[in-house]
Design a protein around this ligand. Structure first.
Ligand SMILES: Cc1cc2nc3c(=O)[nH]c(=O)nc-3n(C[C@H](O)[C@H](O)[C@H](O)COP(=O)(O)O)c2cc1C
Length: 379
């Protein structure tokens, strides 16, 4: 019954709602969606949506990573919920966890708009938001409020980036900026991990912590804040393995728990000419991130599965895409673009179909599937 309702919702989303939304500018849709998603009436309605779409997470989907329990492996990736306004609705539509942010020490207005551009043929978005957010103090207070409610059962990961301003460009200022946010967000009971975003490409000064020496200095400073939360690192996906691997070595040295692989694709070369005008600034999400992310997940799993948990992100539009990332080595999977292209019923559908895929392969838990294809893929 729930499956039928969910498939009907998908049809309605793809045939009626998405075409209407896609006629409006993506920045407008994003803003309006954030406003509506917090509305009390919609939250009430979302109880019905929960009944229609969310999947009653069975034990086969559950995992414990460190001390944190995840009811299912599908999470919202950083960037859609910049100010931690959506966790209640994310839980209702069936996510197993949610990453909020990226959050910086100072409030930031982001880059001049437009921030987003759609590439429907490529199943992608061009993103040039430049880390807009209300700053660690306000987002921390918002998370404190949420902690009283849902976060006991719904893990929240706080993504931290340096403030996108000329002031925070020097290495010293940037490190201080990360540490201020880490201290504030570490104090939020419901935050289960801090994800250090070292790979946001659309900002002042570029990506300053994607060399081993600089990453070491950042992680040493973060360690000195005595954070009690596990650290995750959001990795870039455009580095060749010989530059990516040294960053993983540094992550292991500083006891980082997980690497999120990965961020946006900076290479626009694969987009067919005509679909992406040269004046549109930004980097790619969705399908164009998938192959790069998958290759890095497999290699990282082969070399570091005993030391690092992998969160797989990039181009997940259905259960097959999510399962592929799990079989390549990801323990958890996150998405944004799939949600926008496929609709909010997608999360329940992925979880439901994941159970079928596990059964088909004779596996009795997500844990048994992690990394099964890593060896073959990395050759
Ligand atoms: C609208 C949008 C905003 C994003 N903002 C952030 C951000 O603030 N911090 C971050 O680490 N990643 C950000 N990302 C990258 C996503 O977290 C994710 O790594 C990437 O989009 C690939 O996943 P997807 O194909 O499922 O969208 C953003 C992506 C999108 C689409």
């Amino acid at each position: 019954m729930v499956d039928v309702l969910s498939r009907c919702s998908q049809l309605v989303y793809k045939k009626a709602i998405k075409p209407a939304l896609f006629k409006k500018p993506p920045d407008y849709v994003h803003e309006t969606m954030i406003q509506y998603a917090q509305h009390r009436e919609l939250l009430r309605l979302s109880r019905i949506l929960h009944f229609m779409w969310a999947y009653d997470n069975p034990a086969v989907l559950a995992q414990k990573i460190g001390s944190v329990s995840f009811a299912n492996p599908i999470g919202l990736s950083a960037g859609l919920d910049k100010n931690a306004q959506l966790p209640p609705i994310c839980q209702r539509i069936g996510f197993g966890f949610s990453t909020v942010g990226s959050i910086s020490a100072e409030p930031c207005a982001g880059n001049p708009k437009p921030w987003f551009y759609r590439l429907p043929k490529s199943q992608a978005l061009v993103v040039n938001a430049g880390l807009p957010n209300d700053g660690a103090a306000r987002v921390g207070a918002q998370l404190d409020k949420l902690s009283l409610g849902i976060t006991a059962t719904f893990p929240i990961v706080a993504s931290i980036a340096r403030t996108n301003s000329a002031r925070a460009c020097s290495e010293e200022a940037a490190i201080l900026d990360y540490c201020i946010s880490a201290k504030r967000l570490n104090a939020v009971a419901g935050v289960r991990a801090l994800e250090i975003n070292i790979s946001c490409p659309n900002t002042y000064g570029g990506e300053p912590f994607t060399t081993p020496e600089k990453l070491s200095r950042l992680l040493a400073a973060l360690r000195a804040t005595h954070s009690t939360k596990p650290l995750w690192i959001k990795m870039p996906i455009n580095l060749p393995w010989h530059e990516f691997q040294p960053l993983l070595e540094v992550a292991c040295r500083y006891n980082v728990q997980a690497v999120t692989i990965g961020n946006l694709n900076k290479n626009r070369g694969e987009i067919p000419s005509g679909e992406l005008p040269s004046q549109v600034k930004g980097n790619l999400s969705g399908r164009p991130t998938q192959a790069l992310s998958n290759a890095l997940i497999a290699k990282t799993y082969l070399h570091y599965n005993d030391r690092l948990t992998i969160i797989g992100v990039g181009g997940v539009f259905n259960a097959h895409d999510a399962y592929q990332k799990i079989r390549l080595g990801a323990s958890l999977v996150e998405l944004i673009t799939g949600l926008i292209y496929e609709g909010p019923q997608l999360i329940g559908q992925i979880n439901r179909d994941l159970v079928s895929l596990l059964q088909k392969d004779g596996l009795s838990s997500i844990g048994e599937a992690i990394g099964l294809d890593a060896q073959a893929a990395a050759q």
